[in-house]
Design a protein around this ligand. Structure first.
Ligand code: SAH
Length: 257
C-alpha cells in the first residue's frame, strides 16, 4: 500500500473509506482526498452528506448492495481505469473501510495489473462503530482477547470455518449477515457455541436511524424477526455483547441527553 503525503503528486486512483455513516467519523485524510478528486465513484452504503466534501467533483453512483440490482464489479473497475487514463483524479468512495469486505484489495490489484497506481485511505469499519454505538467493547480484558470480522455471505458459497470460530473465544463481528442469520445461528450452535452466548444486532450504525437489539445465540433468529432487523446490520456475537445497553435508538439517546 502506498501512502501519499500532502505535497506529493496525486495517484491516479484513490480508494477512500467513507466510514460507517456518521460524517464526523470520516478521517481528515479522506476529507482532503475528496476535496482533490475530479471524479468520485460512490458506493451505495455511503451517506450522501459526505459528498459535501467534494462539491467540485463529478459524481458517479455505483453500488453493490446485497439483494438489489447493482453495477457489476468489472464495469466499475473499467470505469475507474477509463477516468484514470483520461488523466482525471479518480476517487472511489466506499462504505466503512475499503479493505474490510469492500473489495479494496481486489480493485487495487486489478488496477496495478493495468499499470495504474492506487492509494487506499482507511475508513472506520462499520463493525467497530456498531459495537461502540451500543456500548460494546470488542475486546475486554478477561472476557475477549480477540475479534474476528467475518462474513457469512460469499459469492462462491464457501463457508467460514464455524467450528474454529466457535472454539476461538474471539468476539465475532458478522457482516452481511441478515439474510443468512438463521444459518449462522445453526452453524454456531452445531459447532458447540453456548446457546446463551450474548448477541447484539446493530442496524444502521452511527446514523440517526441506528437501532439495536440484544439477544442470545439461541434466540437471535426469533428476536431478529420480531425486531424487523434489516440490512445494513452487523451481528456481534460473544460475551462482550452482554455489555450492550438496553435497546434504544440514537434518537432516544438524544432525547434523554
Ligand atoms: N467496507 C464496509 C463493509 C461492506 S460489506 C465496512 O468496512 O464497513 C456491507 C456490510 O457492512 C453490510 O451488509 C453490513 O453488514 C455492514 N454495514 C455497513 N454499514 C453499516 C452500518 N452503518 N451499520 C451496520 N452495518 C453496516
Amino acid at each position: 500500500m502506498t501512502h501519499v503525503k500532502p505535497g506529493q503528486p496525486h495517484p491516479p486512483v484513490r480508494l477512500i473509506g467513507a466510514g460507517p455513516g456518521d460524517p464526523e467519523l470520516l478521517t481528515l485524510k479522506a476529507v482532503r482526498a475528496l476535496g482533490e478528486a475530479e471524479v468520485v465513484l460512490v458506493d451505495d452504503l455511503v451517506n450522501p452528506e459526505i459528498l459535501a466534501h467534494c462539491p467540485q467533483a463529478r459524481l458517479v453512483r455505483v453500488g453493490k448492495r446485497g439483494g438489489c440490482r447493482s453495477t457489476p464489479q468489472d464495469f466499475i473497475q473499467r470505469l475507474m481505469l477509463r477516468y484514470a487514463r483520461q488523466g482525471r483524479r479518480v476517487a472511489r468512495l466506499k462504505g466503512g473501510d475499503p479493505c474490510v469486505f469492500g473489495r479494496g484489495g481486489e480493485e487495487q490489484q486489478w488496477l496495478a495489473r493495468h499499470g495504474v497506481a492506487c492509494e487506499i485511505i482507511n475508513g472506520i469499519t462499520s463493525g467497530l462503530a456498531a459495537a461502540t454505538d451500543c456500548g460494546i467493547p470488542l475486546t475486554l480484558r478477561g472476557v475477549a482477547r480477540a475479534v474476528t470480522l467475518v462474513t457469512a455471505h460469499t459469492e462462491d458459497d464457501s463457508a467460514p470455518d464455524w467450528k474454529a470460530l466457535a472454539a476461538s473465544g474471539a468476539t465475532l463481528v458478522v457482516y452481511m449477515g441478515v439474510a443468512t442469520l438463521p444459518a449462522t445461528r445453526g452453524h454456531l450452535l452445531a459447532a458447540g457455541m453456548a446457546p446463551a452466548t450474548p448477541v447484539a444486532m446493530i442496524e444502521r450504525a452511527s446514523l440517526p436511524a441506528q437501532r439495536h437489539c440484544v439477544s442470545s445465540l439461541a434466540a437471535m433468529e426469533d428476536d431478529a424477526r420480531a425486531f424487523g432487523l434489516r440490512s445494513p446490520a452487523v451481528l456481534v456475537i460473544g460475551d462482550v455483547a452482554a455489555w450492550a445497553r438496553a435497546q434504544e435508538t440514537r434518537a432516544d439517546l438524544r432525547a434523554s441527553a
